[in-house]
Design a protein around this ligand. Structure first.
Ligand code: HEC
Ligand code: HEC
Length: 365
């Protein structure tokens, strides 16, 4: 009886010893080879170089891991929402809604931003510029209660146990144990994927490379956009939406609200980030690339068509002392229907369907 009891005890303790060892072996990744291949970005000569942080060099393996994480609802609390739920490649990485919908149908406060050429951003991220880098930006959606409503601890505990991710983290970052999987590495990979989202095959780009020519309407619209001909009315757009990315990356008030004081904005925007009262009501002048895929428009999604946007500018926006002077200047030009048609034709040359359909930007699942 006694002997039997003791052997059962020995058996149980051996079982525990072995199962613990087994766990440790599971966490060990050093047997998987780590030999990352640099990812070479294809950046045309009319673009500047992309700023890439020295502690997050681009690799094939990093981009592939980032692509998986970007399209995987595993990041959200109930595994229903992925980054791509709100940044859909078919809509130039937006969601077609005025305000985004997160887990459980939670309605967000702002319009989802396009991620087209996002790696070239020099002046911070979000409509109000509150994130300094893509790596930092990607931390936010996971814990935002109106987006993925998760905790990073929960995400990491799922990634560590996942059949594929530990190996992918090893291959991308050379970690030797699943314990080394962190939110910092996850967001580094996501940022690497975002940096490959380069739009460079629009008609605008082909013209820049001498491979195509603008037609007469587009040419007239280009003159309006850039103020390059005294005989053509200046639409002032290029001051805030400059090429080649069709954004200046800067923050302005383009007259969306009839504000009577600097506190009088439903969303304070840039001012809430800088603490400077004069920045209240300013938002990022976003890119016009693939703008016909990204409706509705503006940080609050308040304009549902491109024509509505053009009418907004042509009529000088809302009456307010705080909007940029350029917006009043646009109104003074009193555009004819022909001029609006040409301006629209020019902005249409920023359309890039190669970007939309690029197989490298699609879901791996
Ligand atoms: C529920 C919808 C939703 C989800 C999920 C979501 N986003 Fe966003 N994204 C938005 C909205 C809305 C904004 C603008 C928010 C703001 O300015 O406050 C935004 C902004 C961004 C920006 C800033 C773009 C710029 O030009 O400054 C980046 C980059 C981005 N998201 C990447 C991601 C990544 C990566 C994920 C996944 C980890 C993600 N998003 C998940 C809706 C979403
Ligand atoms: C003074 C700077 C300024 C000028 C000039 C300007 N814009 Fe904008 N534009 C902005 C800002 C800022 C936003 C975002 C505003 C917001 O959401 O609060 C914006 C937004 C837009 C959007 C919507 C983008 C999106 O992703 O929702 C379009 C389209 C647009 N502008 C087109 C134009 C055109 C066309 C012209 C010339 C007729 C022009 N803009 C002139 C600053 C400017």
């Amino acid at each position: 009886m006694k002997i039997r009891f003791v052997s059962v005890l020995i058996f149980i303790s051996l079982f525990f010893v072995f199962s613990c060892e087994d766990e440790e072996i599971k966490g060990d990744l050093s047997h998987i080879s780590y030999d990352p291949t640099p990812y070479l970005l294809d950046i045309p000569s009319h673009f500047p170089q992309m700023p890439i942080p020295s502690d997050n060099p681009m690799t094939q393996e990093g981009v592939e891991l980032g692509r998986h994480l970007f399209f995987d609802p595993i990041l959200s609390v109930d595994s229903t929402v992925s980054c791509s739920s709100c940044h859909d490649p078919a809509l130039s990485f937006t969601d077609g809604r005025s305000a985004s919908i997160g887990v459980g149908g939670a309605r967000g406060k702002r319009n989802a931003m396009s991620l087209i050429n996002i790696g070239f951003t020099q002046n911070d991220f979000f409509w109000d510029g509150r994130a300094k880098s893509l790596e930092k930006q990607a931390l936010d959606p996971v814990t935002d209660p109106l987006e993925m409503n998760n905790t990073w601890e929960n995400v990491i505990s799922k990634l560590v146990k996942h059949p594929k991710y530990p190996q992918m983290f090893r291959e991308a970052f050379g970690i030797s144990d699943t314990k080394e999987i962190t939110k910092e590495l996850a967001t580094k990979a996501i940022a690497q994927f975002e940096r490959i989202l380069i739009s460079k095959d629009s008609k605008f780009d082909l013209v820049k490379q001498g491979k195509a020519q603008f037609d007469d309407f587009e040419q007239f619209g280009e003159k309006m956009f850039f103020d390059i001909d005294p005989d053509v009315p200046d639409a002032e757009c290029s001051h805030c939406h400059n090429t080649p990315f069709a954004t200046s990356d800067d923050y302005f008030n383009n007259g969306l609200f009839p504000a009577t004081s600097l506190q009088d904005f439903p969303d304070l925007g840039r001012g809430k980030v800088t603490g400077n009262l004069l920045d209240n009501g300013k938002f990022k002048a976003t890119t016009l690339r693939n703008i016909f895929y990204t409706a509705p428009y503006m940080h609050d999604g308040s304009m549902s068509t491109f024509d509505e946007v053009i009418q907004h500018y042509a009529t000088g926006g809302q009456t307010s002392n705080f909007k940029d002077n350029l917006i009043n200047d646009i109104k003074k030009k009193n555009f004819s229907d022909f001029e609006i048609l040409c301006l629209t034709a020019y902005i249409k040359t920023f359309e890039d369907t190669v970007f939309i359909n690029n197989p490298k930007f699609q879901s791996p699942f």
